[in-house]
Design a protein. Sequence first.
Length: 101
Amino acid sequence: MFEIRTPVGLAVHCSRAYWEFVVTQKHPDLAGRENDVTQTLVDPDEVRMSRIDPGVLLFYRGRAPRWLCVVVRREAGTGFVITAYSTDALKAGESLWTRSG
């Protein structure tokens, strides 16, 4: 479906079949929001490393009270989308990148 270079230098991909799984089984509210997901990866407000798993990055875009979070696993220099969801709070974790300005 896409392969995107992120501001942290990681190329992230997601197949059409996996995205269909996400929007039918995990988060149906994201159906039709593929552009929002790709925009979150290309131009996030913040990128955090999971405090539980350092191989997982959380890309956030939005403003209070709602953010879109795209969760990415990084392996061998590339990344793939695990899931995406709408949230009202940013998870704890080390901030790796923040939008300046």
